[in-house]
Design a protein around this ligand. Sequence first.
Ligand code: COA
Length: 169
Amino acid sequence: MDVSRFSNRYSVRCLTPDDIADIYELCSQNPLYYHHCPPFVTEQSIADDMQALPPRKTLSDKYYVGYYDGEKLVAVMDFILGYPNPETAFIGFFMTDVSVQGRGVGSEIIDNLCSYLKTCGLTGVRLGWVKGNPQAKHFWHKNGFTETGVTCSPGPYTVVVAHRDLEKS
Ligand SMILES: CC(C)(COP(=O)(O)OP(=O)(O)OC[C@H]1O[C@@H](n2cnc3c(N)ncnc32)[C@H](O)[C@@H]1OP(=O)(O)O)[C@@H](O)C(=O)NCCC(=O)NCCS
C-alpha cells in the first residue's frame, strides 16, 4: 500500500509514537464517540491501538495513518489490508478533527480511499460502528456502507459490521 495515495487533498503518512500527543488532542475533542465506545481515550490507549490487530493479521498489514493539512492533523485512520479476506480492507477506526467536521472532509477521505483501493484490485471495505451512535451510522450510510447483519460485542457495547462493495462504487 502506498498511503501517500490514500488522499487527493491531504498528506497521508503512517503515525508513530511521536505523534501520540497530537492524536490525543484530536481524539479527546470527540467525547460523543467515547460515550458510545468507552473507555475514554488516553495516550496509552492510542499506543495500544497502534499495535492492535485483528485475528491472523500482522503489523505488516496495518497502516495507522494521519491525514495532514500542512502541519495540522485533520484525521486519523486505522487501516488493515486483507481483512477479513485478501480482497477486503478493514477500517478499525476513523475520526476527523472537530474543526473540520460537517464539511465533507470525512466523506472525501473515504471516497478517495475507496477509489485508490479499487485501483489496487480490492473489492470491498469493511468496518463497524457502535450500535446507538447515530453520528457514525449516518456517516457510514451516507458513504455507501450497509449492514452485513453481523454484530459483535468486544466490550460493554455492540458493534454493527458494515461493508461497501467497491465493484458497485
Ligand atoms: C463521523 C465522522 C468521521 C464524520 O466526519 P466529517 O468530516 O464530519 O464527515 P462529513 O462532513 O463528510 O459527513 C458528515 C456526516 O456525518 C454524519 N454526522 C456527523 N456529525 C453528526 C452528528 N452530530 N449527528 C448525526 N450525524 C452526524 C452525518 O451523516 C453527516 O452528514 P450530513 O452533513 O449530510 O448530515 C466525524 O464526525 C467523527 O470523527 N466523529 C467521531 C468519531 C466517529 O464517530 N467515527 C466513526 C466511527 S469509527
